[in-house]
Design a protein around this ligand. Structure first.
Ligand code: MRU
Length: 356
């Protein structure tokens, strides 16, 4: 990848640098977050987005929150600051479980440090930065492994359909659903990727098309509502998407429109694959009905390139995610391998098994 979605700049007193995804593809700009408020706002406004990427961004946001203790001699107030930062960052977005996983890890790390004998603010900062770096490095490694595990599912000469953006921009590494495509390209396979525009915020048109074209993968942009027709005409070999949260029974939340694609794929006998790291599974959520679905602003639907399209004051419903039933999913590809026809038992066994 020639771009970095997010990176930490400097030492313990450093800051988080984000590639501003609101501006892509026509402008490549970076923003620097030096406060926890800026990090939360960046996540809320989709400056940084995609389930794994927002987890990593929140981990660094937590480090920034701990910088307030830099001059504290006896770590007085540290416990309260840890809780406040964790709660504050958790409220950024509700659906992607990677956010909560990362924050939980940061909270446990910080709490363990302040409870240790002779703890200092300097030690706390060093340890939380190490933990955030570890979360980032693990994400990079998981992407690499998902690429390898998913690549054999892309036959030479095939046509893949994808939705939203599950590429490098959605992770710290090379992506989830797009990672097997990058790997297949590296191996010299020829294939085409149909990219759903992904209304209302056009992550497909703006971000996925940009990433695939940079990788010189044959890319064809379609309106979201063209997918069913292409499937019926047998022009699609498989659907690959990411996920924001996968419940214990295999129901998977992803960008709004994913569920419809899964129904269409099933009706047309086309395999429907989800590519996601183990950090996207939430075994505490029993089934898809318990996954919180983010509702976003009406303006995302009513404004197109800042121009109001429908009549003023029209009522809008704008759920950002939907849930695909496990029975519509042919397989889930993780960094550990492949879960065919996912269900509660197979998922539990897969996640317990050691990585490949
Ligand atoms: O609202 P977004 O752009 O954060 O939604 C992102 C998605 O739905 C992605 O498909 C999902 O996070 C999987 S990404 C690796």
């Amino acid at each position: 990848m020639v771009y970095e979605t997010l990176k930490w700049t400097g030492g313990v007193d450093g800051c988080l640098e984000l590639l501003d995804q609101r501006k892509l593809p026509h402008s490549v700009e970076h923003v620097r977050c030096r406060s926890v408020e800026q990090v939360r706002q960046a996540i809320r406004t989709l400056t940084v987005r995609g389930a794994p990427a927002i987890g990593v961004a929140a981990a660094y946001g937590f480090v920034i929150a701990m910088q307030d203790l830099a001059h504290s001699k006896d770590l007085e107030g540290a416990a309260k600051l840890i809780e406040t930062a964790a709660e504050y960052l958790s409220a950024a977005r509700p659906t992607a479980v990677n956010l909560f996983c990362a924050i939980e890890r940061m909270r446990s790390c910080a709490t363990a440090v302040i409870r240790s004998k002779g703890a200092t603010a300097a030690l706390l900062l060093e340890e939380v930065l190490k933990e955030a770096d570890a979360i980032r490095a693990e994400d990079v490694a998981m992407c690499l492994q998902m690429a390898r595990n998913g690549e054999p599912l892309i036959p030479d000469g095939s046509a893949i359909l994808t939705h939203c953006n599950a590429g490098a921009l959605a992770t710290a590494g090379q992506g989830t659903a797009l990672a097997p495509m990058f790997e297949a390209k590296r191996k010299g396979k020829r294939f085409t990727v149909y990219v759903d525009e992904t209304r209302p915020l056009l992550q497909g048109a703006r971000l996925t098309a940009w990433e695939l074209m940079q990788a010189r993968i044959e890319t064809i942009l379609i309106c979201d509502n063209a997918a069913g027709w292409l499937m019926k005409q047998k022009r699609i070999s498989a659907v690959f998407t990411g996920a924001d949260r996968i419940a214990a029974n295999g129901d998977a939340a992803n960008k709004i429109g994913t569920y419809s694609l899964s129904v269409l794929a099933r009706a047309n006998g086309i395999p429907f694959y989800i590519v996601a790291p183990s950090t996207t599974f939430d075994l505490r959520t029993s089934s898809g009905g318990d996954i919180p679905i983010e509702e976003r602003s009406a303006e995302e639907v009513t404004l197109f390139a800042n121009t109001l399209i429908p009549p003023q004051n029209v009522r809008v419903c704008n759920p950002a995610f939907d849930v695909t039933n496990a029975e519509n999913i042919t397989a889930i590809i993780t960094e550990k391998g492949i879960i065919d026809h996912p269900d509660r038992t197979r998922i539990a066994a897969h996640l317990q098994a050691p990585g490949e």
